[in-house]
Write a protein that binds this ligand. Structure first.
Ligand code: UDP
Ligand code: MG
Length: 327
């Protein structure tokens, strides 16, 4: 049996401090998996430079010259983690039997990749890396993450708790995935929608090996809001409900004003004014909510901008096995 070709996709944004260790560890994983005949010789590591402003791309280039199994993509600017992942996945799909995505910072255990491959060889199409414990994350990060998974599931978005973007996808999953052309991407929500036979592999999450988190609070919050709004129209529906509530209160206040009127406690004109302010205000909110619901849907579909732009790439098949595949 021909061993499968694996591509490990690694998004990198200003990761010069950690790349040396990353490439060493990932190469060791490839060598071992090759030796165990889990993957073929043509397997590679694909670094995606997401518009870094430090020496990340130069360093990647050095590795490309030095090691035949290292390849790279440079995006024209910073497109964000999710788009960088997609750029790597889409590039790798035509020549890979399976793709593993992993962050550059070595927080995810590279040795879990071997377990992913074993699962893949057993016939699973999607293997999720799930964090066993999150002791090394700060109290704040752990709990905000938990809150986020909770809110997501309440809003009806299916995700795998404690799974970030460390996973294996088979080629047929990738081929289906590239058909999802939406702009608001939230991979953790999209992958479970694909179906296929999937499983989980548990691992311990380490601390960042070097460098700093590229997800400060503000980015994390935006990521969470993006995740929610691209998968659920619940927030817009809440506006509708709010409108309904306000209209209800308006009705009660109107009733109160009418009673005051008949009891002769009101200046004439006051009643009708109060009535219209509240009733019309409430109805307007309902209307905005309903329209918003549709605009939200249209907005998601219309822009069709490219999700990433590749400035340079060095992914040419490098060894014989690859060249045969590429022809
Ligand atoms: N990353 C990226 N583009 C960005 C931000 C981050 O490609 O705009 C990469 C980053 O280099 C890393 C991964 O995404 O490999 C996850 O980022 P980080 O480790 O900083 O996030 P955290 O683990 O702190 O949530
Ligand atoms: Mg990290």
């Amino acid at each position: 049996m021909n061993e499968p070709i694996l591509t490990i996709v690694v998004p990198c944004y200003n990761e010069e401090a950690v790349l040396n260790e990353t490439v060493t560890r990932l190469r060791a994983v490839l060598v071992r998996a090759c030796r165990e005949q889990l993957i073929s010789q043509g397997s590679t590591i694909l670094f995606v430079d997401d518009g870094s402003s430090d020496r990340t791309w130069e360093i990647i280039n050095q590795y490309i010259q030095e090691y035949k199994e290292v390849t790279g993509l440079k995006l024209s600017r910073n497109f964000g983690h999710q788009n960088a992942l997609i750029a790597g996945m889409e590039t790798a799909t035509p020549y890979s039997d399976c793709v593993v995505t992993i962050d550059a910072d070595l927080q995810d255990d590279v040795n879990a990749i071997r377990k992913f491959l074993i699962k893949y060889r057993e016939g699973f199409d999607i293997v999720y890396g799930v964090r066993d414990k999150r002791e090394t994350d700060t109290f704040f990060k752990r709990n905000t993450a938990l809150l986020f998974y909770g809110v997501m599931s309440r809003l009806g978005v299916k995700t795998v708790p404690n799974h970030a973007d460390f996973r294996l996808l088979s080629r047929r999953v990738l081929e289906e995935f590239v058909k999802y052309q939406e702009e608001n991407i939230f991979l953790r929500g999209m992958i479970p929608l694909l179906g296929f036979k999937s499983t989980e592999v548990y691992y311990n999450r380490a601390e960042r090996f070097a460098g700093e988190s590229k997800y400060p609070l503000k980015k994390m919050l935006n990521f969470a809001i993006d995740g929610i709004t691209s998968f659920s129209i619940a927030p817009i529906r809440m506006v509708t409900y709010l409108g309904g509530t306000v209209a209800g209160i308006g009705f009660l206040i109107g009733l109160y004003a009418l009673i005051q009127h008949f009891l002769g406690h009101a200046v004439s004109g006051w009643t009708s004014m109060i009535l219209s302010i509240w009733l019309i205000g409430g109805m307007q909110l309902i209307a905005i909510g309903v329209i918003g619901e549709y605009i939200g849907k249209i907005f998601k579909e219309t822009k069709h901008r490219p999700r990433y732009i590749i400035e340079k790439q060095q992914v040419r098949p490098k060894n014989e096995h690859f060249e045969q595949k590429a022809l």
